[in-house]
Design a protein. Structure first.
Length: 329
C-alpha cells in the first residue's frame, strides 16, 4: 500500500497552454503530483491568511469607529455634566436666597454613606496623632479604610466618576434643602392660617382687655362702681355691621350663651380659639368650617350689653389673651 502511494506521488502532470493566436508559441510544464499538491496547499494557506488579515483589519476599523463614537458620546456627556453643574449652582444660589428670606440657617452637608469619612478628616486624624511609643487606629480610621476598600481601583483618578459623584452629592443637598424649605413653609402656612389677625369688624374700641369698672347699671339704677375683669375687646359700630372670622377654623358654638347673647366661637389650629358675642344674627352653624375674612354674624346688642357692638375674645391653650396684640394685619 505504501509503495503504491509513493508511485502515485511520483507521477507527473503535464500542463499544456495553447494560445489563440498562431503567432504565439505554445508552452507546457510537467510537475509531479506531490509538487502540485504542495502548490495547491500553499495557495489555500495564502488565501486563508489574506482572509484572516482582512477580517482583522476590518475589525480594527470598526473598533476605531466605535472608539470615535464613544469619545464623542463622552464629550457630550461631559458637556451635559458641566451644564448640570451650572444649573445646580444656580439652584444653590436660589436656595440660599429663599433660606435668607425665611431666616433659615444654611443647609447641612449631604449625609455621607454609613461609615464614610472624608480624606480631609483622615488628614486631620493623622496630624492630631501624638508622639509616643503606643497607639492604634481609631474607629474613624477603620471606617476610612473600609471606604477605600469599597472604592474601585483608580476611582479617584477618573474625572467622569468624580464628576458624577459631585453631581449626586449636589443633587442630594438641594433635595434635602428643598424638603426642609417645604416643611418650613407648610408650618408657616399652618401658623398663619391658625393665628387670629386683624379686626373682626369695623368700629371703635369702647372697652379694652383687662380690669375695668362694669358698664352695667345695678338693679337700683345707680352707676356701677365694682371692678370686673373684661376678657376681650368691645368694638362698637352700627347695628347689623358684618362680623368676620379672624382665622381659619371650625365653628364650635353658634347659639345664645348667657351674657354673651348670640355667640359664635371658633376653634383654630395650634391651640387658638376666638369668640364673637352680642350678635344680632348668626350666619354659621356648629361644625361649619370657615376661612379668615368670612362673615359669620351681624353686630347687635344681645345678652349683657349696653349697645350695638361685638365682644371679641382670643383664647390660647385654654386661657384668654389680649386681642389688641392681634389687631394688626
Amino acid at each position: 500500500m505504501t509503495t503504491r502511494i509513493k508511485e502515485l506521488w511520483r507521477r507527473r502532470v503535464t500542463l499544456l497552454a495553447i494560445p489563440s493566436s498562431v503567432s504565439l508559441p505554445s508552452w507546457k510544464v510537467s510537475l509531479s503530483l506531490r509538487l502540485l499538491a504542495m502548490a495547491a496547499a500553499g495557495w489555500a494557506g495564502l488565501t486563508l491568511l489574506v482572509l484572516l488579515l482582512g477580517a482583522k483589519l476590518t475589525g480594527y476599523g470598526m473598533l476605531k469607529a466605535d472608539n470615535r463614537s464613544l469619545r464623542a458620546r463622552l464629550a457630550g456627556l461631559s458637556s451635559e455634566m458641566a451644564q448640570s453643574r451650572t444649573e445646580l449652582e444656580a439652584a444653590r444660589e436660589a436656595d440660599q436666597q429663599v433660606r435668607a428670606l425665611l431666616r433659615l440657617p444654611p443647609p447641612p452637608e449631604a449625609v455621607r454613606p454609613s461609615g464614610a469619612v472624608s480624606r480631609d478628616a483622615s488628614a486631620r486624624l493623622v496630624a492630631a496623632a501624638a508622639p509616643g511609643g503606643s497607639g492604634g487606629p481609631a474607629a474613624a480610621d477603620r471606617a476610612l479604610l473600609q471606604q477605600f476598600l469599597r472604592e474601585p481601583a483608580g476611582a479617584a483618578a477618573d474625572p467622569l466618576r468624580s464628576g458624577l459623584a459631585d453631581l449626586r452629592r449636589l443633587s442630594r443637598e438641594r433635595v434635602a434643602s428643598y424638603k426642609e424649605i417645604a416643611v418650613n413653609l407648610a408650618w408657616r402656612r399652618r401658623v398663619l392660617a391658625a393665628t387670629p389677625q386683624g379686626w373682626p369688624a369695623p368700629g371703635r374700641i369702647t372697652s379694652r382687655y383687662g380690669y375695668r369698672f362694669s358698664p352695667m347699671r345695678s338693679d337700683d339704677g345707680e352707676e356701677p362702681e365694682n371692678r370686673e375683669f373684661h376678657p376681650g375687646l368691645d368694638i362698637a359700630d352700627a347695628f347689623g355691621t358684618p362680623i368676620h372670622a379672624t382665622a381659619d377654623g371650625v365653628v364650635a358654638r353658634a347659639r345664645r350663651s348667657g351674657g354673651y347673647g348670640n355667640l359664635v366661637m371658633l376653634k383654630h389650629d395650634l391651640g387658638y380659639a376666638t369668640a364673637y358675642g352680642h350678635a344680632s344674627r348668626l350666619f354659621v352653624r356648629e361644625g361649619d368650617r370657615v376661612k379668615r375674612g368670612q362673615v359669620i354674624a351681624a353686630m347687635g346688642s344681645t345678652g349683657r350689653s349696653t349697645g350695638s357692638h361685638v365682644h371679641y375674645e382670643i383664647w390660647f391653650n385654654g386661657k384668654t389673651v389680649n386681642p389688641a396684640k392681634f389687631l394688626k394685619d
